[in-house]
Design a protein around this ligand. Structure first.
Ligand code: ADP
Length: 649
């Protein structure tokens, strides 16, 4: 955080320098407040946001800031909206830069404050004074007490699904969300939703290597599959039928999704325990994923025709909403239409238990007022994981050699494990807490998940700082992260050509790529040699690596690293490099639940009135989660939790 502020300050100073130079070019006199606070005029400034610069235009009179317009930004829509609405208004109202950052959008808030500070410096203002000018607010605090049917804690995907499902059953619902906007990690993610959908997948051409992957399943032995043995037997029959027919188009089934989730998640922790995902929960996730998706469609969410494979997904079954924000807007409509209420900037603090049953929640609003909510049907915990709580991650980690406290995270700042702490306090069992997922392909400089070029794994080519490949890029996320962490500084470059870049999962256009290059998020060059030079790698080595990779694509096999599913070759200029590094992404552990999303206590018994869904729960993804399985998880179990709580009212 401190580094962020240092960077933001130095960036703001750079911005000032650029503006000063521009003023000279225009022969404008250097801005200096001769009388009053500012030299009247219009000034521009820039601050460093989460995803790129936030640029503002500020109008000042000699005595006051009169207008602030955000000219451009790349902040996440939804999550950053309150910061963009409130911070400029607050600065104008208080004529101060010591304004409160918005909960859940603190980086976006700070970027706006920095941008305005840069502009005001150019206007001759005393920014140090403006930053120390705290304006006291006289707001009357009013405590709230309400009775309802279902209380949902957390407005990410799981909470929205729970609240909407309960509301549709006629339950009165109140959802409390700590941040100033709905969204959580769900909205900050790529939002791809894994669901076996043979109808859609039957129109996608099979990738080179996928039939062999399926044939290898036929060699697997049921005795290694525990509770999953019966599913493997069914899957083998499906694969035999598929490979004996036309394999031009992609195969998928619920059983293949289940087996991939099992294989992707079964891991040994450092203490030597083998952990697999709970079969009943994994089966429910995979078999109810498509029905849950259709349910969201019925609420108004529209999905693209395109299916994607996020990193570490292991198969192409990712469904994508045309608008990520629709995961929130559409359930919100359903909740409000049924008379439900969404309380933002309201942080749940503890659960109320009476006679062994969870009957309500104590919460606090940002202004300090107390909120007491009593729920007849029960409380759904949907507070997400603890990826933004570095010390909690480090405390529970029993998988990675170490997770340093300053490791970057892709998580929003409000997912700090509150639901796990509240659940533990009422006797809930915690499961799988030792497993944290590191996102191998986070941007090395920004830590962001979505910066760069999100190609599907069949097109990934990773090289270390020596210009050499070091891993099968079509692997699970933990395999990729372990391999990356064993490279110097954990840093590697993802190399792509223009065809790969323009066919990435996020469907970028040329303008997007140009902007990312301009923001120094990705590096571009006309030849591989030039690209190598720009990233400080030996040109001959990188050229040789690219030739060797292309030969693997032609051969359909990779003897060096075992990559077994291939897409495109690297051949079309211009070429791109993205610096990447693992960052904390998803915490697999949390509250133990059953298939009704009821929370279990340490002895495995249901805690009456207490439900949970999404990243706050544990036991589903075991040691490693497949990319795209989280969105399936939160909506399947969120919906179930809402239905269960509504039925209990
Ligand atoms: P999931 O994917 O499981 O839905 P998300 O991370 O998307 O998880 O959403 C979790 C939401 O819960 C976030 O919006 C976060 O701000 C919110 N949250 C976390 N702790 C609390 C709390 N104590 N009270 C209310 N909301 C909370």
């Amino acid at each position: 955080m401190q580094r962020f502020f240092q960077k933001a300050i130095s960036l703001a100073l750079c911005g000032v320098l650029v503006i000063a130079i521009a003023s000279c070019v225009n022969s404008a006199p250097a801005a200096k407040a001769e009388t009053g606070l500012y030299k009247a005029g219009v000034y521009e400034g820039s601050g460093k946001g989460n995803n790129g610069p936030v640029k503002v235009r500020v109008s000042v009179s000699t005595t006051a800031v009169t207008d602030i317009t955000i000219v451009s930004h790349e902040e996440t829509p939804g999550i950053s909206d309150p910061a963009r609405e409130r911070i400029p208004a607050e600065i104008i109202k208080t004529q101060s830069l010591a304004v409160d950052v918005v909960t859940g959008a603190s980086h976006s808030s700070q970027a706006i404050i920095d941008a305005v500070a840069a502009a005001l410096t150019a206007a001759g203002g005393d920014v140090a004074m403006l930053k120390s000018k705290v304006v006291k607010k006289n707001v009357a605090i009013k405590d709230v007490e309400k009775n309802t049917d279902v209380v949902v804690i957390g407005g990410g995907g799981a909470g929205m699904a729970a609240a909407a499902a309960a509301a549709q059953k006629g339950a009165k619902v109140i959802l409390v969300e700590k941040a100033a906007a709905l969204g959580g990690n769900t909205l900050a993610s790529g939002c791809a939703w894994n669901a076996a959908d043979p109808e859609k997948q039957g129109t996608i051409r099979t990738l080179s290597g996928q039939v062999n992957t399926l044939k290898n399943v036929l060699k697997m032995n049921e005795s290694d599959f525990g509770d999953y043995a019966g599913t493997l037997t069914v899957l083998k029959d499906q694969i035999r039928t598929y490979v004996s027919g036309d394999t031009t188009y992609m195969f998928d089934s619920v059983e293949w999704h289940i087996i991939q989730a099992y294989l992707g998640g079964k891991r040994q922790d450092k203490s030597g325990n083998w952990i697999s995902g709970n079969f009943a929960l994994v089966k429910k996730l995979c078999s109810e994923s498509l029905p849950a998706l259709k349910w969201l469609e019925s609420l108004g969410v529209v999905f693209t025709a395109h299916l994607s494979a996020p990193v570490g997904a292991m198969w192409t079954r990712g469904h994508n909403p045309t608008q990520k924000i629709s995961y929130f807007d559409m359930p919100s409509k359903a909740i409000r239409a049924a008379g439900g209420e969404i309380m933002l900037e309201t942080e749940a603090k503890s659960l109320i238990v009476e006679n062994g049953r969870v009957v309500g929640v104590k919460a606090m609003k940002k202004d300090g007022s107390q909120v007491l909510l009593r729920a007849k049907g029960g409380v759904v915990m949907a507070t997400g994981g603890f990826g933004a709580n570095a010390s909690m991650v480090a405390e529970y980690n029993d998988y990675w050699p170490s997770i340093p406290l300053d490791m970057k995270t892709t998580c929003v700042s409000t997912v700090t494990g509150d639901g796990i702490t509240m659940g533990k306090a009422v006797g809930a069992r915690l499961v799988g807490m030792q497993f944290t997922q590191l996102m191998p392909t986070s941007h090395a400089r920004t830590g962001q998940l979505l910066d760069g070029i999100l190609v599907p794994p069949q097109n990934y080519v990773f090289v270390n700082q020596l210009g050499k490949r070091f891993v099968n890029e079509y692997s699970e996320r933990d395999t990729l992260a372990f391999a990356a962490l064993s490279q110097p500084n954990g840093l590697f470059y993802h190399i792509a050509d223009t065809t790969m870049a323009l066919n990435a999962n996020n469907k970028p256009d040329q303008a997007y790529l140009d902007k990312q290059v301009k923001n120094n998020i990705i590096i571009r060059a006309d030849t591989i040699e030039e690209l190598a030079k720009k990233i400080g790698i030996d040109g001959a080595t990188l050229t040789e690596t690219v030739h060797a990779y292309n030969a693997c694509v032609d051969a359909g096999e990779d003897k060096a690293f075992g990559k077994n599913v291939f897409g495109l070759k690297i051949k079309d200029a211009p070429f791109y490099a993205v610096p990447e590094k693992p960052a904390i992404h998803h915490t697999m552990g949390g509250l133990a639940i059953n298939t009704n999303a009821q929370v279990l206590d340490v002895s495995g018994k249901v805690i009456s009135g207490f439900y949970a869904a999404g990243e706050v729960t544990g036991g589903i993804h075991a040691g490693n989660r497949l990319g795209g399985n989280s969105i399936a998880d939160i909506f399947v179990f969120g919906r179930t939790a809402g239905l269960s709580a509504a039925a209990a009212r």
